[in-house]
Structure formats: structure tokens, C-alpha cells
Design a protein. Structure first.
Length: 137
């Protein structure tokens, strides 16, 4: 039903949302708080970009550096805590890296092949599914 709504709704005018300093600060603060609580720092940014009507290229250019910055900051905070990073982390990282590499390769190859409508639908459905899994798991 959500996917159908996204397909038939009228597109938003580009950059219709307020981009004042206080709004950008509030969105960044909220995204940082949600990201630290849920390990999904990009979810709020993706929704904000969608509300502004940004293209998939502009969304990617805004969201990816934000996620990298948040993740680097979080790793730095973990490094300041004694015993926060142990051998198990590196073992799990070694197990996960092949899947991450494959998913990254597939995502990058599909990015240029999908149009903005499919990109919007897929990103919002993935965020919705992730949130549902967190609530009901």
C-alpha cells in the first residue's frame, strides 16, 4: 500500500523544505540521535531529502558523507571507552566484509540503472522494513 501511494502521489517541488541553518541543525541533530540509538544514521536524512524532492544523485551526495562522518565519530567514541572494541568485533567484521562488499557492488551497479521513482520507493520501503524489523524483532 505504501509503495502504491508513493507511485501515484504528485512529486514534491524541488527544495520545497526550509533550508535555514536552524532547520538543517535540527535535521542533523535528529539524524545523529536516531543514528546513535538505532545504528541507522541515514534514515532521517533520506526522509528529509525525500521531503525536499531531491534527485537520487543529490540524495546520495548528501547522505553518504553524513553517514561516513557519523560512523567515524562513533568509532572514535568507542575507542575512548576501555574494552569497547575487542577481538570479537574484528572476527565479526571479517565475516561481514564479503557480504558488505557484494551488497555495495550490487547497489552501485543498480544505482545508474534505476530512475528516481524506483529509487525513492525502494529507499523508503527499505527504511520502513528496517523500522518494522526493529519494532517486531
Amino acid at each position: 500500500m505504501l509503495t502504491r501511494h508513493l507511485q501515484i502521489r504528485r512529486p514534491l517541488p524541488p527544495a520545497a523544505a526550509d533550508t535555514s541553518g536552524s532547520t538543517v541543525f535540527a535535521v542533523g541533530f535528529t539524524a545523529g540521535a536516531v543514528g546513535s540509538l538505532t545504528a541507522m544514521p541515514g534514515a532521517v536524512m533520506v526522509v528529509w531529502c525525500e521531503l525536499r524532492g531531491l534527485s537520487k544523485e543529490n540524495q546520495r551526495a548528501l547522505v553518504q558523507p553524513f553517514i561516513i562522518a557519523i560512523q567515524i565519530f562513533a568509532i572514535g567514541l568507542y575507542c575512548l571507552q576501555p574494552q569497547a572494541i575487542g577481538f570479537d568485533l574484528f572476527r565479526h567484521l571479517a565475516l561481514a566484509l564479503p557480504a558488505v562488499a557484494l551488497g555495495t557492488f550490487i547497489g552501485m551497479s543498480m544505482f545508474s540503472k534505476v530512475n528516481d521513482r524506483i529509487f525513492r520507493c525502494s529507499t523508503l520501503v527499505i527504511i520502513l522494513a528496517s523500522g518494522c524489523l526493529m519494532v517486531f524483532a
